[in-house]
Design a binder for this molecule. Structure first.
Ligand code: NAD
Length: 502
């Protein structure tokens, strides 16, 4: 396709105004209102206006969804199909996602504010690729036979758990959903999915596409609603076998409590982060590192769990390097998310914008030096935009270095040497990711070992794909999304011991 054929901002606006929204719960293959009749407004952060009125599900709807999911599981509607046919359905779903890419991307952009350039190029294709990858995996996983004495045959098999509750955040709604749906469905489970209240629209359309792809009724149910109602009802339900959660560390801990106080369901948690991006003086390419540092914090408006929110720079190059980062950051001013040229969009909602601006004030009060940004932008639109913001002179003890801001705010901290960088890098309750920029392969290996994080990048930031696991150490959670390892958390191990006699 020639560049001239690419849709313009006017084209996207026209398409946006013609969109129709799925706004009811999807239970047992049908859209239906919440049993209470309650709804909530889906507010687009682009202009701060309500775009849809969505079913506000609570415990009664969650219960209906779990019953539908259990019924589908018990009658073998999905597991009984066998892996090869499940693969076909998941591949068809991935294909339908790509065919409906622009609609799904628009839903994502309108609902949570990310630039259309990214929702079309990253979120939707990435989500479809995850569904396809696990679809492909469905008929390629073998069970085991144990090396026992010849008088027995011991089979070790992996069985689907049953009903999975998937509770996801708003920063990458489709992508986080697909990282859970892909392996959970490939393994043969039924799912009750709760999207975040800030971003319910793409999940509801996805459920419709899954039905069109041939997913049997009841295998995927979607219950939009709030955390304390629908989310808690999933956490406490007595007939859900496992909760797969992505969200904040605070809410992740609630799910552990819900599980303990209900049926001891399995819980996997993908939670927050405060990742150190460490630049040593022998960094092989300071320009590339500066570009990556800027994208590492400003991509997706900084609403990224593994954002490089702490920039640790060796003291002798700190000032020069920070200038380069700021020069890159200046190019990333927020714009209209529907403009294909925009690289930084709107914060998800008014609450999040205020929270982030509160941290900027906190940083200034705490003695950090504001080098760039720090203010609301594009307020004339009625939407929720924040300038890319950089602090220098940050001490790792400060709140802006310890707490997850989840916005475009970078905290720069100087260090003396590699050991000092590792000490500061690990001085956090989180352990999601870290990066090291150095020309010395020995230093890179030693630091990568010493950093307590689920992912460590060397001479890059935020690289990875569906083939490698993603998840945290410490209070960033446990359990992994992506790769074959993620499949395991949706299965139980069964031993079948057959006595073969003497
Ligand atoms: P959140 O924890 O507020 O909400 C996540 C989900 O939990 C939502 O669906 C919400 O409705 C639900 N929820 C909220 N309160 C609840 C309660 N009391 N009981 C049950 N459910 C409840 O997180 P968020 O603001 O939507 O997302 C941002 C967070 O997600 C950040 O901390 C970010 O780091 C994290 N995140 C982590 C990863 C990862 O893979 N580690 C990926 C993306 C986002």
């Amino acid at each position: 396709m020639s560049a001239a054929a690419q849709p313009t901002v006017e084209d996207w606006k026209k398409r946006a105004s013609a969109l129709s929204f799925r706004n009811q719960a999807f239970i047992a293959g049908k859209f239906q209102p919440a049993q209470s009749g309650k709804t909530f407004d889906a507010i687009s952060p682009l202009e701060g206006k309500a775009v849809a009125s969505v079913a506000a599900c609570d415990a009664a709807d969650v219960d209906a969804a779990v019953k539908a999911a259990r019924a589908a599981f018990d009658k073998g509607a999905w597991t009984g199909m066998g892996p090869a046919r499940r693969k076909k359905v998941l591949l068809k779903l991935a294909d339908l996602m790509l065919k409906n890419r622009d609609e799904l991307a628009l839903l994502e952009t309108i609902d949570m504010g990310k630039p259309i350039a990214y929702s079309t190029a990253i979120d939707v294709p990435g989500a479809a690729a995850a569904i396809a990858w696990y679809g492909e995996l469905a008929d390629k996983v073998y069970d085991e036979i144990a090396p026992t004495d010849p008088t027995a045959l011991a089979l070790i098999s992996r069985e689907p758990l049953g009903v999975i509750g998937a509770v996801v955040p708003w920063n990458f709604p489709l992508l986080m959903t697909s990282w859970k749906l892909g392996p959970a469905l490939a393994a043969g489970n039924s799912v009750v999915l709760k999207p975040a209240e800030q971003s319910p629209l793409s999940a509801l359309r996805l459920a419709e596409l899954a039905a069109e792809a041939g997913l049997p009724e009841g295998v995927l149910n979607v219950v939009p609603g709030f955390g304390e109602t629908a989310g808690q009802a999933i956490g406490r339900h007595m007939d859900i076998d496992c909760v797969a959660f992505t969200g904040s560390t605070e809410v992740g801990k609630y799910f552990l409590r819900y599980a303990a106080e209900s049926n001891m369901k399995q819980v996997s948690l993908e939670c927050g982060g405060k990742s150190p991006n460490i630049v040593l003086a022998d960094c092989p390419d300071l320009d590339a590192a500066a570009r990556a540092a800027a994208m590492g914090i400003f991509f997706n408006q900084g609403e990224v769990c593994n954002a490089g929110s702490r920039l640790l720079v060796e003291d002798k190059i700190k000032d020069a390097f920070l200038e380069k980062v700021i020069a890159n950051g200046k190019k990333l001013q927020p714009g209209d998310p529907l403009d294909p040229a925009t690289r930084m969009g709107a914060m998800v909602d008014h609450v999040q914008m205020q929270r982030v601006l509160g941290y900027v004030e906190e940083g200034k009060k705490g003695g950090a030096v504001l080098k760039m940004g720090g203010k609301q932008a594009r307020s004339e639109t009625g939407g929720y935009y924040i300038e890319p913001t950089v602090f220098d002179g940050v001490d790792n003890k400060m709140k802006i270095a310890q707490e997850e801001i989840f916005g475009p705010v970078l905290s720069t901290i100087a260090f003396k040497d590699a050991a000092d960088a590792v000490r500061i890098g690990n001085d956090t309750i989180y352990g999601l990711a870290a990066a090291i920029w150095t020309s010395n392969v020995t230093v890179a290996h030693k630091m990568a070992r010493a950093l307590r994080a689920g992912t460590v990048w060397v001479n890059c930031y935020d690289a990875g794909d569906i083939t490698v696991p993603f998840g945290g150490y410490k209070q960033s959670g446990f359990g992994r999304d992506r790769s074959v390892h993620a499949l395991h958390k949706y299965t139980n191990l069964k031993t079948t011991w057959i006595n073969l006699g003497k």
